[in-house]
Write a protein of this length. Structure first.
Lengths: 254, 254
């Protein structure tokens, strides 16, 4: 098979182009096809599905380890995927992968996650897309298990595709892979979310902190699957309509 | 009924505290209870569900028209609602409303919307929450129809509540209200999204532009309802799990 015939895999993240996680994911993607990295030029955690509308974007080329070529974008993860799709890639990607994020994107974290939003943007643009995160925040975390999970999921998606409108979200513990389990987004939230302080000029300010709280009793949620030592794989959609409630309410005249 | 017994309504937005839209929404909310405005101190459009984790937040008090008291927050819409809930309000709100946004948050715009994310954050924190947007981007747009719709929806929700986990998202055309219709989030996207330019130093940069594209054939989607002149009301959820695909995939071993 010639180089040109290999699948093109776009790799993005939200920790920025210099994170160990994006390199770990690019290494796995490289086993399946040609890798192009297009990612934010700096840390963009918790930006959610933000896009940049009031300033222009710039990109510059770079190499990782003299091995992977890429473009660093002065915007968000979703910006990076949009710009790659529209301007930066020579041909359309066969797959969009995002991560490996340093930190969990399970439960309510899915909403705040730039890693997931990059993959969701890939889905909106019509590409099969997968987000990968490791629950360990450390930059030195052992990502080998998450890489093994990525190998299985990327192989599956390249062979079978994904239905339109659906993104896969994988979270894995650090260390060796015990296995992958399908899971729901856990019902969860953060509590006690700010720490108030007084600055040297006697003005108050607040740091976002917060304790994660699992509200879910069923075992098939992503947080519980992770606590049991498995990687959790969740199909997510960007149609946010609550169809059960819509059917319940649609006869009410307002 | 004493002042203290009236419902407390938290008003947020993403256009910032100085937008006409937040004042228009506060006026309607004031008919139902005590209003507290906590909103970003500047324009925050298209920030999605971003939260601020790497810098602290500040807030300062202000008055709109010597009438509504509020706090301007140096963060995103979701930050503002979190900070209001956790630090800034004397008691828990009975309702969270966000808007009136200057510009549509229907179809795929729901994902990028700071207005919607403020309301979603209210839902996550356990409050009945509603987002309001007018399809007209102009700061001079006639918001009276959107205000009439807000009056009906706020009245309904204060009387009947909302199921946990569900947010209402209302979009209205400018001008008089023709009526409110329940609707789904339209299947839609943006195409041709960047305009490349060369700066005076001969370096390229890109402006996000994009044409909105409706991919939806059914009439019950929010964009089509708006095109027919009605306000569109959509129940949305923050559990992003694709349950149909989960049921289809969960027997596949990876």
């Amino acid at each position: 098979m010639s180089k040109a015939e290999k699948p093109l895999i776009l790799v993005c993240n939200d920790d920025g182009i210099f994170s160990p996680g994006i390199k770990a994911l690019a290494e796995v993607a490289d086993e399946f096809g040609n890798v192009e990295i297009v990612a934010p030029d700096r840390q963009q955690s918790a930006v959610g599905h933000a896009i940049t509308v009031s300033t222009p974007l710039r990109s510059r080329s770079f190499m990782i380890d003299n091995r992977f070529s890429g473009q660093a974008v002065s915007g968000t993860p979703a910006d990076s995927v949009k710009l790659a799709h529209n301007q930066l890639l020579n041909r359309k990607p066969d797959l969009v992968v995002s991560g490996i994020n340093h930190g969990s994107n399970a439960g309510i974290n899915i909403l705040y996650s730039g890693t997931v939003s990059a993959a969701t943007e890939g889905t909106i643009l019509g590409y099969p897309s997968i987000a990968f995160s490791c629950t360990n925040f450390s930059e030195d975390a052992d990502l080998s298990g998450c890489q093994d999970a990525a190998r299985k999921v990327i192989g599956y998606v390249l062979n079978h595709g994904l239905p339109r409108g659906v993104t896969l979200n994988l979270n894995a513990p650090s260390g060796p892979l015990k296995g992958i389990r399908w899971a729901r987004q856990a019902n969860s939230r953060y509590v006690e979310e700010f720490e108030g302080r007084i600055d040297p000029h006697n003005r108050s300010y607040y740091w976002l902190t917060g304790k994660f709280q699992l509200l879910d009793q069923e075992e098939d949620n992503d947080i519980t699957v992770l606590e049991q030592g498995y990687a959790a794989l969740t199909p997510i959609q960007y149609d946010l309509t609550s169809y059960p409630l819509l059917r319940e309410l649609e006869n009410i005249q307002l």
